[in-house]
Design a protein around this ligand. Structure first.
Ligand code: PEP
Length: 255
């Protein structure tokens, strides 16, 4: 796995799932099982309406709460949006930005990802910036071009000292929710490319930045992925919705 300077980070992205009661039931199980986990940074990303209740239930535990998105303005006439300071106010410490579902279903562009990233950083939230190619782009040999362009767009104007706080999530779109995971080697190849691009953009701080893999991560494939030198964690969708599988993922056996 990565490098001792990079603490692995595993976050469950619940998407549009779980009422407040269901969310509390799940985090109560996680809380009981994961209280002693210190060697992995663990987080859950509930729907906005459950963030405050979940954060309260997780108070005093090492489990962090993340938003699934945020708007780039702090407040104002922006009906339906939720800002980074409001996420923080509700108890979140992390925020997912530019998830492929935001990009593909809601037309989010790299310029918006960049503004949201800046809002998260100025609020003191840990941003998890998602990048990844579609199946068509991979088949056309455009994986690195696409991922490189997403990184450049997201990180425009971000200085090295701020970059150190950012987590990148490499999530090949063809592997999200499909049961098709990238092979360890496919994922490592793109993670190494991402770290190289980060090095070009922000220099040595790139060695301290965590790069998560996301796309059908399960208890039985997490250890192999995590053994790769540039894979520093996982962003987990489907398998984060039940306590048993998420706990197994967080407790992956180091190889
Ligand atoms: C995700 O949506 O971030 C994700 C990785 O989903 P899944 O694990 O279900 O593929």
């Amino acid at each position: 796995m990565g490098n001792a300077a990079r603490k692995p980070i595993i976050v469950g992205n619940w998407k549009l799932q779980k009422t407040i009661a269901q969310a509390l039931e799940l985090v109560t199980e996680l809380k009981n099982a994961l209280t002693q986990v210190r060697d992995v940074e663990v987080g859950v990303a509930p729907v906005f309406t459950a963030i405050a209740s979940v954060a309260k239930r997780l108070e005093g535990t090492p489990i962090a709460v993340a938003g699934q998105d945020c708007y780039w303005e702090d407040a104002g006439a922006f009906t339906g949006e939720v800002s980074a300071p409001m996420l923080k106010d509700a108890g979140a410490s992390h925020v997912i930005i530019g998830h492929s579902e935001r990009r593909h279903l809601f037309g989010e562009l790299d310029a918006a990802v960049n503004l949201k990233l800046k809002a998260a950083l100025r609020t003191g939230l840990v941003p998890i910036v998602c990048v990844g190619e579609t199946e068509k782009e991979r088949d056309a040999g455009e994986t690195m071009g696409r991922v490189g362009a997403q990184l450049d767009g997201a990180l425009a104007g971000i200085e090295a000292d701020a970059a150190g706080k950012i987590v990148i999530a490499y999530e090949p779109v063809w592997a999200i929710g499909t049961g098709r995971t990238a092979t360890n080697a496919q994922a490592q190849e793109v993670h190494a490319f991402i770290r190289g691009r980060l090095r070009e953009r922000v220099g040595a701080v790139a060695e301290t930045m965590r790069i998560q893999y996301g796309g059908s991560v399960k208890p039985d494939n997490v250890a192999g992925l995590m053994a790769e030198p540039d894979i520093d964690g996982a962003l987990v969708g489907g398998a984060s919705l039940t306590a048993d599988s998420f706990i197994k993922i967080v407790r992956f056996k180091r190889t």
